[in-house]
Design a protein around this ligand. Structure first.
Ligand code: RTP
Ligand code: MG
Length: 143
């Protein structure tokens, strides 16, 4: 299977609940390597740019308000089939529909505050990783 990279965001609700470590543990247990990581409090402009594909959707203002409500952890995950594997670990967008044992089932309450973001395709992943990280900041494993 192809080694891929994907962008993870641990959203403000999950950071506020102090479950960064529990979420990272799931990535590591699944064999995803964390090759970039940073905590950041998104500005309105940065959040709007990140979610630009949704800017005409009715939920966009609430989404941006939520994403700027507190700090987030942005990470680059690397591994076989990373994009799909990460989405499987996250579970469905609406936590009420997320499979048992997924991050959203266990740590999210509502569709608006759903704990994590993950790139939805390798193309999105490339854009989203470049939105937060320079290539030189990423640290692939050497051992
Ligand atoms: P994300 O981009 O955050 O990883 O989530 P996703 O792919 O599972 O869902 P997406 O369709 O990209 O939507 C982005 C975020 O917008 C909020 N949303 N609210 N009220 C609604 O119908 C609705 N739909 C989407 C969610 O917080 C979702 O994570
Ligand atoms: Mg999405």
């Amino acid at each position: 299977m192809a080694v891929e990279r994907t962008l993870s965001i641990i959203k403000p609700d999950a950071v506020a609940k102090n479950v960064i470590g529990k979420i990272y543990k799931r990535f590591e247990k699944a064999g995803l390597n964390i090759v970039g990581s940073r905590m950041i409090h998104l500005s309105q402009e940065k959040a709007e740019g990140f979610y630009a594909e949704h800017k005409e959707r009715p939920f966009f203002p609430d989404l941006v308000a939520f994403m700027t409500s507190g700090p987030v952890v942005v990470s680059v995950l690397e591994g076989d089939n990373a994009v799909v594997l990460h989405r499987e670990l996250m579970g469905a967008t609406n936590p009420a529909e997320a499979a048992p044992g997924t991050i959203r089932a266990d740590f999210a309450q509502t569709i608006d505050e759903n704990a994590v973001h993950g790139s939805d395709s390798p193309t999105s992943a490339a854009r989203e990783i470049a939105y937060f990280f320079d290539e030189a900041e990423l640290c692939p494993r050497t051992r």
